[in-house]
Design a protein around this ligand. Structure first.
Ligand code: SAM
Length: 473
């Protein structure tokens, strides 16, 4: 761990520059460009002085109106969810076919590998919640029915066609151009965008641009065994390095008379990550219920050491001397802390659910005939037959939304929202100049529980509901 700590000492000034807030005009320009590119001109990002940035309406919104569809800056499907859903590694749209989705799930189930099935929200379309301080979980299966291996493999390899699946077409999966067999895509454009934004450095395939594929494998294994948030942090670092290299190449191409200092190119490359509200992970992570408050210091040190081990592995895999400050523990801790405080759950509803609902709605005779084929599949799949794609992602605009226990907006996936983008909808009429707020927690909880959960985000809520509730205690 020495080398990571040493990097921090050697690059204190570079690290401080990376963590310094952007000057207001630059910040404003950055968000104005984002708003234009997202075509969500009804909002603006402003610094309100007391609690930093916030999102404000600059036109009126009606109840249920779309306020913002925000694209992911960096996101991951949870490792444990990969056995349940085959999705595009860039946009998180389901891919393959209904048969392939069902076949894969049964195959892994027969192997005794089951994914994440944590929360009740996965049953609902609106299963989107603010990230909170989530734990990874191992799943369990409530069904013990199994189908013959031959049926499972013919579903997976496309030999067996189920009735009515033509109404639910999915894009064919494209393999990773680096040859890793880990990432799959819905289109050439997603494959290319992922390769350019981070995957070329994080791919374990033969065309990987990492320094050591073996070390990368070790880093990934460590993340999967401990906390897959490290995979997301690696994406943020790889994203910045690749942007830096691109900016540098453009600069050389322009045959600039005055060479741009290395640090200003790195700061420019880092800008999309710099705008997220940050604290160090080991300082802001909530103390788990099973840790005695007297052991808090030791717990936080354990978390810091875990991050240190992960960073050492990542450094061996993708280190870039010109971007050395990115490999400091301070930056790594702040990136993970940023995810802890800003990320939104990434949820995409499964088309397998739509398929079985469609069959359930068929006219009686046709339904009976179809169910002779599909019922054994449903029985074998069990309760978790239609798990959502679940992950976590950082969204640049949505992450500027502050919390209220009586919010006027919420993250809500509609029928047509079939990829990982964040969709923010008005819960009531919002007037011009009003702040757009969402709830980071279940706002129906009693006052004290709400305040305890919000303490994990480092603030005590003073919204009108909290002020009213506190006065009646
Ligand atoms: C997702 S960020 C929201 C944007 C943030 N204000 C910024 O400047 O980037 C979450 C952080 O904003 C602050 N925050 C959000 N809602 C708040 C509220 N109702 N009261 C006080 N602080 C709040 C807290 O520091 C929280 O950890």
């Amino acid at each position: 761990m020495d080398s990571v700590y040493k990097t921090d000492e050697n690059f204190a000034a570079d690290v401080a520059a990376l963590l310094a807030p952007l000057p207001t005009p630059q910040l404003q320009e950055y968000f104005n460009k984002l708003i234009t590119s997202r075509r969500c001109n009804g909002i603006e990002v402003k610094n309100n002085g007391t609690i930093g940035k916030g999102v404000y309406a600059n036109s009126e919104f009606d109840e249920d109106e779309l306020i913002l569809k925000d694209e992911i800056l960096v996101g991951i499907q949870h490792s444990s969810n990969k056995v349940d859903c085959l999705v595009c590694s860039f946009c998180f749209r389901f891919i393959g076919s209904i048969e392939k989705q069902i076949g894969r799930k049964l195959y892994f189930k027969n192997l005794g590998v089951s994914g994440c099935c944590d929360d009740d929200s996965s049953e609902e379309d609106e299963c989107v919640k603010y990230n909170g301080n989530e734990e990874q979980c191992g799943g369990s299966s409530s069904s013990h029915n199994t189908l013959p291996e031959g049926v499972v493999s013919s579903l997976m390899n496309g030999e067996m066609a189920l009735p009515h699946t033509d109404k639910f077409p999915l894009p064919s999966p494209l393999s990773c151009p680096g040859g890793c067999q880990e990432a799959f895509y819905c289109s050439e454009s997603c494959a290319e965008a992922d390769w350019e934004s981070s995957h070329s450095l994080l791919c374990t395939g033969e065309r990987s641009e990492s320094i050591s594929r073996e070390a990368l494998g070790e880093f990934i294994k460590h993340a999967n065994d401990t906390n897959d948030i490290f995979l997301l942090a690696a994406k943020a670092i790889a994203f910045t390095i690749l942007r830096y290299r691109k900016l540098k190449a453009e600069h050389v191409d322009k045959k600039a008379k005055q060479s741009e200092p290395k640090q200003s190119l790195l700061l420019e490359a880092w800008k999309p990550v710099s705008i997220g509200y940050k604290r160090r992970w080991w300082d802001c992570i909530a103390l788990p219920d099973d840790v005695d408050p007297t052991d808090e210091g030791a717990f936080r040190m354990q978390i810091k050491n875990l991050a240190c081990t992960s960073l050492e592995l990542l450094k061996i895999a993708i280190f870039d001397k010109e971007c050395e400050a990115l490999f400091s523990l301070e930056i790594y801790g702040n990136i993970i802390g940023m995810f802890e405080l800003n990320n939104l759950d990434l949820v995409v509803a499964s088309p397998v659910e739509d398929y079985f609902l469609y069959i359930d709605d068929l006219p009686d005779a046709e339904k009976e005939e179809t169910e002779e084929i599909t019922r054994p599949l449903l029985d074998a799949l069990g309760d978790e037959y239609s798990d959502c794609c679940q992950g976590t992602a950082f969204f640049p605009l949505q992450s500027c939304m502050n919390h209220s226990c009586c919010p006027n907006a919420k993250a809500f996936k509609r029928e047509e929202d079939r990829d990982g983008q964040a969709v923010i909808i008005a819960l009531r009429r919002i007037s011009k100049n009003e702040e757009v707020t969402i709830s980071y927690i279940d706002e129906e909880l009693p006052y004290k529980e709400r305040q305890a959960l919000l303490a994990d985000y480092g603030f005590s809520c003073k919204c009108s509901k909290c002020l009213e509730d506190s006065s009646s205690i």
